[in-house]
Design a protein around this ligand. Structure first.
Ligand SMILES: NC(=O)c1ccc[n+]([C@@H]2O[C@H](COP(=O)([O-])OP(=O)(O)OC[C@H]3O[C@@H](n4cnc5c(N)ncnc54)[C@H](OP(=O)(O)O)[C@@H]3O)[C@@H](O)[C@H]2O)c1
Length: 291
């Protein structure tokens, strides 16, 4: 970890830096002395974080507040930082669209595919030539445990993450010759606004909710060491068993588990509405132990 700045320094770019895992990447790298490009839509939040990082760690920070799903956003981002010697990029921005496939509005699915698939691919492509001019550079792509098999009720989200897993595995080998280390980080459930927004009873899933700080740390520790990493022992087991079982088994298992968790959430919500109770969000917070 100590040598990260020697290998990839002094500038790192993180998308999705305003929250969750992306924020923890930024904080960890700031502590190590990296200068940062922070990317997300909420400019006020990013500017506050930038000021805090500058004051605490004496680093340089550039904020790029941009909706990455807008046309030409990645090109605009690149043009805004082309003067910097960026050696590490982490496209962490991502969203989910849970629910029955046919019930979803295609516009929302399409936006998610753009953010989760097209944007990271374009980022690595656009920045790749510049990264390859350095002696050493790094890319951490953020997939998901859900990318290891089809997941009913998360079908399109899981497919976007499977794409990232395949892309990263291939680029790890292909770009090694260019001095670019590529890692795919595939977290399981992680305690961020992303997980809190899921409309299902998370306590019914046989999974441990992880802290975003330790997920980001796992990513940084494994960059340059392996092609893929799944944080957490139980999550590793879920990803590993897929290699030995018939492909349909884990799909059916996750389908049943998620179906139950969604049903339980809806029942609780109905009960709360009948009693005139609290909001969905507080219910999900309760589901995750109030985190
Ligand atoms: N949390 C989990 O359980 C979990 C599990 C597996 C994988 N992951 C993956 O981990 C990554 C990070 O998720 P997280 O849990 O950290 O979620 P999060 O806390 O909700 O963070 C998502 C980040 O993406 C940014 N973002 C969303 N839409 C954007 C857009 N259109 N343009 C630019 N930025 C955008 C958000 O910032 P603004 O709102 O300011 O734009 C925010 O910084 C995602 O790729 C997710 O798929 C999460």
């Amino acid at each position: 970890m100590k040598s990260l700045i020697k290998r990839y320094g002094h500038w790192a770019l993180i998308t999705g830096a305003s929250s969750g895992i992306g924020f923890e990447f930024a904080k960890n790298l700031a502590k190590q002395g990296f200068n940062l490009v922070l990317v997300a839509r909420r400019s006020e939040l990013l500017n506050t974080q930038a000021l805090e990082f500058k004051n605490l760690y004496g680093i340089d920070v550039r904020v790029v507040a941009i909706d990455l799903t807008e046309p030409n956003a990645v090109k605009a981002l690149y043009d805004g930082v082309v003067d910097l010697d960026i050696g590490l990029i982490i496209p962490s921005a991502g969203v989910d669209e849970m629910g029955g496939f046919l019930m979803k509005d295609y516009v929302d699915l399409d936006r998610m595919i753009k953010l989760n698939v097209s944007v990271p691919t374009e980022l690595v492509h656009v920045f790749g030539s510049k990264l390859s001019l350095r002696k050493k550079s790094g890319v951490i792509l953020v997939s998901s445990l859900f990318g290891y098999q089809g997941i009913p009720l998360f079908s399109t989200y899981a497919a976007t993450k499977a794409y990232i897993l395949m892309l990263g595995e291939a680029l790890n080998v292909e770009l090694r010759k260019k001095g670019i280390d590529v890692l795919v980080l595939s977290p399981g459930l992680t305690d961020t606004p992303f997980a809190h927004g899921l409309e299902m009873n998370l306590s019914l899933l046989p999974m441990f909710v992880q802290k975003p700080k330790s997920v980001a740390m796992t990513g940084l520790k494994n960059l340059g060491r392996s092609a893929t990493v799944v944080p957490g022992l139980l999550n590793k087991l879920y990803a590993w068993e897929n290699r030995f079982l018939p492909r349909s088994w884990p799909v059916k298992l996750f389908g049943a588990l998620i179906g139950n968790a969604v049903k339980s959430f809806s029942k609780n919500k109905e009960r709360e509405l009948t009693l005139g109770g609290s909001s969905n969000k507080s219910q999900v917070a309760n589901n995750t132990g109030g985190k």
